[in-house]
Design a protein around this ligand. Structure first.
Ligand code: GUN
Length: 297
């Protein structure tokens, strides 16, 4: 199968780039329609502290995609020695700015800044990442209305559903328990009636558990950790890892080793990453509608 860009793709690839592009077009069309009824546009502000090159790339990609889909976007960059109270003051200002609808603080933050304090300072109404404890609580409670779900977990579910991959009754094994990916993706899979097992750094006999997975979601950040030994033939493999090894991007999964035994697999890059950004666009639009009452119908 050839992609639009002429790359050769195996039949079992979960093509996040393609699905994300479709979602961007949907958001774009909605915004064009909104443009006919109001001059106001959704605005996403992305905050980056420090000079991590990977984070710089992600942040710019988020802002550029927002502009490409027809939103306003701003990247605020601060030096690595920015204090927690300086960052809190920036967030407070953005919370009070009625022209800003979504606020995202790129993670990870430098170690002298408490992530929880920052995430909790963002107004829950502008929490485009869905990482504020209030919104994580709403997610856990199963609330659906106008809730921004964390972007990577929600993007993964959208991708699986796009390819009509059954989730109900399937055994999903999640590797990782971060607030940003592992925990919420398990909750979302549970809401789709999957049977969910979490594994993490203290899990014993991990391969024995992952070999029982119908769906394996890996968010360990350990490059190429997942080899055939971890996989049941026919499993669906979702690789959240983005690791740079010898100048090349690789996931948590040894893609070439496992791709033939998986029924479906996400590539790195071009799998989960673009879905994270597409979900961010949808979330920004959701927050805009919620805050302004302006919607296309
Ligand atoms: N760092 C890596 N992924 C993400 C994300 O989805 N949101 C934020 N805020 N930081 C990230």
């Amino acid at each position: 199968m050839l992609t639009k860009t002429g790359n050769l793709l195996a039949e079992n690839i979960l093509d996040g780039k393609l699905v994300a592009e479709e979602l961007h077009q949907t958001v774009s069309k909605t915004l064009q329609h909104i443009g006919t009824i109001s001059p106001q546009k959704p605005k996403l502000v992305v905050i980056l502290v420090g000079d991590d090159p990977a984070s710089q790339v992600y942040v710019n990609r988020k802002a550029q995609t927002a502009v490409k889909t027809g939103m306003l976007s701003e990247v605020l960059t601060y030096p690595v020695n920015t204090t927690q109270s300086q960052l809190l003051a920036v967030i407070e200002k953005l919370n009070a700015d009625s022209l800003v609808h979504g606020i995202l603080v790129q993670l990870p933050l430098p170690s002298h800044i408490q992530t929880e304090a920052i995430v909790s300072a963002i107004s829950p109404e502008k929490d485009v990442d869905g990482l504020h404890p209030f919104n994580l609580g709403r997610l856990l409670a199963g609330e659906k209305t106008a809730l921004c779900k964390p972007c990577t977990p929600a993007g993964i579910i959208t991708l699986l559903q796009h390819y009509n991959i059954p989730l109900a009754g399937q055994h999903a094994v999640v590797l990782g328990r971060s607030n940003i990916v592992g925990k919420p993706v398990g909750v979302l899979l549970l809401q789709e009636n999957a049977t969910v097992t979490y594994c993490h750094s203290k899990t014993r006999n991990m391969a024995q558990i992952t070999r029982q997975a119908d769906i394996l979601v890996s968010a360990t950040g350990i490059p190429l950790m997942i080899t055939t030994e971890f996989i049941k033939p026919g499993a669906v493999i979702v690789d959240v890892g983005i690791n740079r090894v010898n100048g090349k991007l690789v996931g948590d999964v040894d893609f070439n080793a496992v791709k033939d035994s998986a029924s479906w697999i996400t590539p790195v890059p071009g799998g989960v990453g673009p879905m994270t950004i597409a979900t961010l666009m949808l979330n920004t639009l959701t927050l805009f509608t919620q805050q302004t009452g302006i919607k296309a119908d």
